[in-house]
Design a protein around this ligand. Structure first.
Ligand code: NAG
Ligand code: NAG
Length: 985
């Protein structure tokens, strides 16, 4: 059952000795009330297969072994709960021989792979089968259909293949069926087409179909709502999650018979035809209207969005983006939806004005109507919705902007207007701030709580619990990440996080100070990921095994009600005592990913690391002499600061003015060192200001050295330093502003643009050159240490520039994120550097290799628990170019096979395990330039007008110094919706 607590382990004092004896005489059966020999035999087989003897398995009463829970008489194993215990290997067939197993949970063991043995079908007493976030392969065994008492199947986030067995359709008790994020193919089984007469349409009790993120094909069966006997069975279904598959055909009108449906998610498939207006009938079931979320973006739907007024009562999230709709006005019926929270409607062909009252909707938080053809004037009405936070209006035909509102919450709204005629440079009333608002600034969040033991620095994965006042102990928490499976909100607020935290405390029955939410951020596709640390109650010991098991099982079995992120997915990042401690020696990439995930949590420690070669140290001292008068920092007069060529000194007052007094509206980023703000200089040039937080400031000497160094770094592929501020106790660096966003946004942001092969090459060549300069030509050489797609920016001509230099080589002390000396970003971190703590230029090469793989696949380095390096490498090794085809972004097939192979070889050589096996950045640049030149004639011939600026960079015939002066042509797709790139064959 959903809320079933973990059954208590039965302790029976005084029997340990007896049982030890029993155990020694393994199969003898003369001891009363001991675990039956069959179950003991199974446990022994599992122990042998999984190395479970490291967890106290093998001696004493099996009922006291880690994760083994017996029935009240102590004669059989009832529950086997081994989440996050670092078991590794495959699941032995013997598991089918347990005599009375009811709950099996093996989740969060990345080393557990191979197929699920068909013998699992012998466990007829089983009620819940949970093996999520492991590395299972092979098919979902049809024998699971024999387990008639099953209520819960959670096999998500593995590598299972084959199709969904129809036999599972016979399980009438099953209410949770989760196979999401696997490698499943084939059609959704329905009873009319299967030989056993079962299918998903016969699952009378099921509430959850979670089949998203697979490769399922075929139609969404009309039988779901209209079975052959005419009596709909799926009337309990509340979540139908089918996004990110290859489903096709039209959306059947009969879905309207699933009268309990709360979430209908069909995004990113190949659905065609219209959205059936008949879905309105969903509101006429016995429960009235239940639908909360309808997500159909990223298909090939036509016609217009129907009037769904009837569905309004519960509607919170609508996503219609990126379809092939006819031109249509903004759907006015949405206005009567009292709980409407999030609207995604980009590339849906909207025309006409944006009705002013949209902005007054009572619960609207996020409205995305960018990339349409809306026109007229944007009118901010006198009264705006109290919850409105994000208004994304870019790339429409708006000619003006009028604000009649004076209320205070105006300042909290992020309005983005770029790419409209209202933002033309010669427009008299140009609303500068709205026009220059960087797009898609979905900001990460980090806890306002900081430790009150600033002098304590925890080592390894130990963490100081900032909620436990007066306690300066570093302990090992259970670190988990909760991921919202839907893009329901686009701003993470303190109150949202606190609400979630209190729910965790209450529902897990923990003390208030045991649950700390350290950071939260958005994934590339806009879903929130929230990092939670669970601490022991006493503040002194590490979180114990029993609590770890209880918390993880509550999450895998979906026993917690967390509406804010419903439905959610939970991952273990570091599970204290076991995972981290025992996996460090294992050098497989999987283990390293696990460790890295944990150690780094979500915050990237940014900055550079300059390694001064010994013989250069003396020279440097000399160079830094011009700073001699600069004093010690805090409270020093600005007049003492020197003027150095190449970097201007900014008084604090000026920075304050150009950033609107560091207003929230100007915030464009945040990291371990502090925040980044946008600002406009008096000469009209835009800049980005990186402001060190109080506790991440450096000593005066170090800061001087850093500016000294940065002011001498000039290259067209590096974001230029404009100046610095060292005044009023502040340390800030001022950089040129990059109007065209980050490579990551172009590949995966909410408005990811199609990037063709030559653009991808252009980004690769440009950023490689920038990095090569840092390694080979900067004096002293600089190791960037945080190369990633978010740090590769595009200027107004789409020249790629490496960003994020300087300030805070050290992340702030005392903050929780500062748990390891190794710095970098999850997914990009060189495993060798991680293991040895020795940084070299080859660590950047590794990270750059990951960037190249992103350019090939458009995927994030870690996506759905899959690590891009491993995924590509394995597929390539096993199947050559054909093997990786399905992973690559379709647009790269524009390249010739040979070019693709060379690019892939280069990327994989950069991510070799050993630094010595990786090429230098110079070698990388040479190979990329060769590829770019081979690509040149074809690319130029087919280039669109807007593409030309991309190409100049590749062939290097443009000078850096001109780059800022060119006519700033706003990059924009003129035709509104762009057809998706064709699929590979
Ligand atoms: C299935 O559940 C029912 C009701 O709890 C129980 O009576 C029955 O014994 C169970 N079947 C098996 C095979 O355990
Ligand atoms: C996923 O499935 C595809 C096609 O069936 C196959 O080529 C690929 O190797 C599979 N990937 C994994 C990780 O099993």
């Amino acid at each position: 059952m959903a809320g079933a607590p973990v059954k208590q382990r039965v302790f029976r004092g005084g029997r340990v000795l007896v049982l030890a004896l029993f155990y020694l005489s393994a199969l003898s059966n003369h001891v009363d009330a001991a675990v039956n020999p069959t179950d003991v035999g199974v446990l022994n087989s599992l122990s042998a297969a999984w190395g479970a003897n490291t967890m106290n398995w093998g001696t004493g009463d099996p009922c006291t072994w880690t994760g083994v829970f017996c029935d009240p008489t102590g004669t059989k194993v009832m529950n086997l709960l081994l989440q996050a215990t670092n078991i590794a290997g495959t699941i032995p067939a013997a598991i089918g021989s347990f005599t009375g197993l009811e709950q099996l949970d093996l989740s969060y063991n990345p080393g557990l792979g191979g197929p699920i043995p068909p013998q699992i079908g012998q466990l007829t007493t089983l009620t819940s089968l949970i093996i999520q976030n492991c590395a299972l392969t092979g098919p979902v065994p049809p024998e699971i259909g024999n387990l008639k008492n099953l209520t819960f199947i959670g096999l998500n986030n593995n590598y299972l293949s084959g199709s969904i067995p129809s036999s599972i359709g016979s399980l009438q008790q099953l209410y949770w069926f989760d196979l999401s994020t696997n490698n499943l193919t084939g059609e959704l089984p329905v009873s009319t087409k299967t030989t056993d007469g079962y299918g998903l349409d016969t699952m009378t009790g099921c509430k959850h179909f979670h089949f998203n993120n697979n490769s399922l094909t075929g139609p969404l069966p009309s039988e779901f709502g209209a079975p052959p006997d005419g009596i709909p069975k799926l009337t309990k279904l509340i979540h139908m999650l089918l996004e990110n598959n290859q489903l096709s055909g039209s959306i059947p009108d009969s879905i309207a018979n699933l009268t309990s449906l709360e979430i209908l998610s069909l995004s990113n498939n190949k659905f065609t035809g219209i959205i059936p207006p008949g879905l309105s009938r969903l509101a006429t079931g016995p429960l009235g209207s239940t639908l909360e979320q309808i997500l159909v973006g990223g298909n090939q739907l036509t016609g217009t969005i129907p009037n769904f007024t009837a569905l309004n009562p519960k509607l919170a999230v609508v996503e219609f983006s990126k379809n092939l709709f006819d031109p249509q006005p903004f759907p006015e019926w949405l206005k009567s939806a009292p709980t409407l929270q999030t609207v995604y409607m980009e590339y849906v062909g909207l025309i006409g004005p944006l009705p002013a009252d949209v902005l007054a909707y009572p619960s609207l938080e996020t409205l995305w109507v960018r990339n349409n053809s809306l026109n007229g004037t944007v009118i901010i009405p006198p009264v705006i919705g109290p919850k409105l936070l994000t208004l994304s209006l870019q790339n429409n035909e708006f000619v003006g902007f009028t604000q009649t509102n004076t209320s205070t919450n105006m300042s909290q709204i992020d309005i983005e207007l770029a790419g409209n005629p209202a933002c033309d440079a010669n427009n008299v009333g140009r609303p500068t701030q709205l026009c220059d608002q960087p797009s898609g600034s979905k900001l990460p969040w980090s806890s306002p709580f900081v430790s009150n033991c600033p002098s304590v620095t925890c080592s390894d994965s130990l963490v100081l619990n900032p909620l436990k006042t007066g306690n300066c102990n570093c302990t090992l928490p259970l670190e988990m990440q909760l991921e919202a499976r839907r893009p329901t909100f686009s701003v993470i607020t303190d109150s949202l996080i606190e609400t979630l935290r209190l729910k965790l405390v209450a529902q897990l029955n923990l003390q208030n100070s045991q649950v700390w939410i350290s950071t939260a951020a958005f994934s590339a596709d806009g879903r929130a990921e929230i990092n939670v640390d669970f601490f022991s109650a006493d503040g002194v010991s590490d979180l114990d095994r029993a609590s770890t098991s209880n918390i993880t099982h509550s999450l895998t079995s979906n026993s917690l009600v967390l509406d804010e992120i419903k439905p959610y997915l939970a991952r273990v990042i570091v599970s204290g005592e076991t995972f981290f401690a025992t996996s460090k020696k294992r050098l497989g990439t999987g283990a390293i990913v696990g460790i890295v995930l944990g150690v780094l949590a979500a915050l990237a420690a940014v900055g550079i690391y300059a390694f001064w070669q010994r013989r250069r140290a003396e020279r440097l001292k000399h160079i830094s002499k011009p700073f001699a008068k600069w004093g010690k920092g805090e409270g020093e007069s600005a007049l003492d600061a020197p003027q150095i060529s190449g970097a201007r000194f900014f008084p604090y007052s000026e920075v304050k003015r150009i950033t609107n007094n560091f207003s929230e509206n100007n915030e464009i980023g945040v990291g371990g060192y502090g925040k980044v703000y946008s600002g406009v200089l008096d000469n009209g040039n835009k800049v980005a200001v990186k402001r060190a937080a109080k506790d991440s400031m450096q000593g005066a000497e170090e800061f001087k050295n850093e500016i000294e160094l940065l002011s001498r770094v000039h290259h067209k592929n590096l974001v230029g330093l404009v100046g610095y501020c060292y005044d009023q106790g502040e340390q800030m660096l001022v950089y040129e502003f990059m109007p065209n966003g980050t490579m990551s946004e172009w590949l995966r942001g909410k408005m990811a643009y199609p990037l063709d092969w030559s653009k991808r090459l252009s980004i690769a060549v440009g950023s490689a050159r920038g990095l090569a300069y840092l390694h080979e030509l900067a004096d002293p050489p600089i190791i960037h240490r945080d190369i990633k797609s978010q740090n590769i920016l595009l200027d107004d001509k789409h020249v790629a520039k490496v960003a994020d230099f300087g300030l805070s080589k050290q992340a702030p002390d005392g903050l929780q994120i500062q748990t390891a000396q190794v710095k970098g970003t999850l997914g990009y971190l060189d495993p060798e550097y991680y293991m040895t703590n020795e940084l070299s230029d080859k660590s950047d090469v590794y990270s750059f290799g990951v960037v190249l793989l992103e350019l090939l696949t458009s995927k994030a380095p870690i996506q759905n628990g899959k690590y891009i390096v491993r995924e590509v490498r394995t597929a390539y090794q096993e199947g050559g170019l054909e093997g990786v085809e399905s992973i690559l972004d379709p647009s790269v097939f524009e390249a010739s096979q040979e070019d693709l192979r060379r690019f892939l070889d280069l990327a994989l050589s950069c991510v070799e395990e050993l630094g010595a096996d990786r090429p230098s950045m110079n070698e990388v640049v040479r190979e990329l330039e060769t590829l770019a030149n081979r690509n040149k004639p074809k690319a130029k011939a087919s280039a669109q007008a807007t593409d030309e600026t991309w190409l100049t960079d590749v062939y290097g015939d443009e000078d850096y110094d001109d780059a800022g002066q060119g006519t700033s042509s706003n990059f924009k797709y003129s035709g509104g919706y762009k057809m998706p790139a064709p699929e590979p064959k």
